[in-house]
Design a protein around this ligand. Structure first.
Ligand code: COA
Length: 279
């Protein structure tokens, strides 16, 4: 039966706003619609007196498979076909320029996405209902609390995909888990289990798959805390590093933009897509 719900399902109940990534047929890959939808929902949540806590989770077996790579595929195919089709220099130049514009606007969208988490004034909690990849892992470093199903895994194959770390993970990951464990994930793309993520400090608590719903009762109870005092405390936790996190975001997005225009990125992507022709 076709899924008639939107790609981002937003519900508000008893002061808890839930943002549910809802593309289960694509393992909840985050496309432009989801990036902009999340930014908009966080803006609404910040202004809404009926929202005190935001929860992000996913529909189905995955939390998210990370950035939707099909948009990248389109860009890579477009620019390589122009390079190899024997079209004249003008057409070639035009396609490369189009690709560069796409990369810049993608980086801008991504920068806003990360900024909206850095600036979000209320507590934000992830319920990682299943495997998380790429941005679905790096964004966790900007969350206040992360609960994970014992079925969840955490994988950041940035380097293998010719890209680079993002979502302030170059700062948050070493700080959370220590430099060695952060390097295993960020540089070498080591996939870790929920238990390992808990040991490393990335995950606050691991919940057996069958009991994952129990975390909701905790969250609804916390949503009854004195609202202004809770928001004030959240602001204090973020205050010391907020400006710094924005600088880290700028730094990472600049690198991302540069990486995505390198020959190495194109080669890696072409290899990746020829192996995963479905994407
Ligand atoms: N972007 C776009 N589409 C994605 C996707 C992504 N990140 N992840 C999964 N999909 C799509 C697949 O293309 C497939 O679509 P289709 O049914 O229309 O062909 C569908 O989601 C199901 O994925 P599939 O690969 O069949 O499921 P799987 O269980 O065999 O593998 C993954 C799941 C997540 C391991 C695999 O899809 C994958 O490696 N995806 C890429 C993850 C990634 O590298 N993300 C970026 C990190 S920086």
């Amino acid at each position: 039966m076709p899924n008639k719900e939107p790609e981002l399902v937003v519900t508000v109940k008893d002061k808890v706003r839930v943002l549910r990534l809802n593309r289960p047929h694509k393992k909840n890959a985050i496309n432009a619609n989801l990036y902009t939808g999340i930014v908009q929902s966080l803006e609404e949540a910040a202004a809404d007196p009926n929202t005190l806590i935001v929860v992000m989770t996913g529909t189905g077996d995955y939390f998210t498979s990370g950035n939707d790579l099909s948009a990248l595929l389109e860009g890579v195919r477009g620019s390589t076909s122009a390079e190899t089709s024997g079209t004249n220099d003008n057409t070639n130049h035009h396609s490369m320029q189009e690709m560069q514009e796409k990369v810049s606007s993608g980086a801008e969208m991504f920068r806003n996405f990360v900024s909206s988490f850095i600036d979000f004034p209320k507590p934000v909690i992830a319920i990682v209902n299943g495997p998380a990849v790429g941005v679905g892992v790096s964004v966790l470093g900007l969350m206040d609390v992360v609960y994970a199903s014992d079925r969840a895994t955490f994988h950041t194959p940035f380097v293998a995909l010719g890209q680079c770390p993002e979502c302030c993970s170059t700062y948050t990951f070493p700080r959370i888990m220590g430099p060695g464990k952060a390097a295993e994930m960020i540089l070498f793309g080591k996939k870790i289990t929920a238990g390992e993520a808990y040991q490393a400090g990335l995950v606050t608590d691991v919940i057996p798959e069958a009991c994952i719903d129990q975390v909701w009762s905790r969250i609804y109870k916390w949503a009854q805390l004195p609202p202004n005092t809770l928001v004030n405390a959240k602001g204090m936790l973020r205050a010391h590093k907020k400006d710094f996190l924005h600088k880290v975001n700028e730094f990472e997005c600049k690198h991302l933009e540069e990486r995505m225009q390198t020959e190495e990125f194109f080669i890696v992507m072409m290899k990746f897509f020829s192996r995963n022709s479905k994407l």
